[in-house]
Design a binder for this molecule. Sequence first.
Ligand code: TMP
Ligand code: MG
Length: 212
Amino acid sequence: TSAPPTRRGALIVVEGLDRAGKSSQCEMLRDSLSRQGQEVKYIRFPDRTTPIGKLIDSYLRGTSHQDDHSIHLLFSANRWEIAKSIEKDITNGTTVIVDRYSYSGVVYSAAKANPTLSLEWAWQPEIGLPRPDICLFLSISPEEAAKRGGFGAERYENEAMQTRVRELFRTIFEKQQDVSIIDAGKSINGVAQEIQDAVASCIVRMDATGAL
Ligand code: TMP
Ligand code: MG
């Protein structure tokens, strides 16, 4: 038997507000790709297990305070510390599904309306991170989100913040070409199917352009 051709893995980013169903959908996508025989990993940001991730975790739980810029840079550093391993996986043919990435990074920070923390400022430390092949934005209405249960207890899990985050996601995704907006208000299986279709066409596109 000959070795299978080594094609690089895809970097798939899943974004959305809290309660859009990101984690469940990432798990379903991972299982579906893995049933198709693909090597696949599912990771999420923030990665709260690293030393930087622990600082982020205590900030989110409200047990520590951070300057808006500092915490922004920590979220970014948390991606940078994992970036090499993402690159390695992709090069070795493993598809990596990422639950939240730079888009969450810039949007949540910019939503604070800190006069010295613009969207543009927030993007700078993200430049050079592994580029997603596809970004799936799970879009959910405030009404549907409300039906899925109350807010959690973490920082940012409040109406005012979520409304600004929603608006900013819309602003940046209007300008972004490589984003698939998925109606996450549908049934869990309907959403999963739509995601699988979007990912399948992304992989066809990668093959056609000889992405290596
Ligand atoms: P999680 O609920 O997906 O674990 O994310 C925790 C919170 O952190 C969520 O409110 C979004 C926010 N966040 C940022 O503010 N910046 C980032 O870079 C990321 C990845 C998440
Ligand atoms: Mg959360």
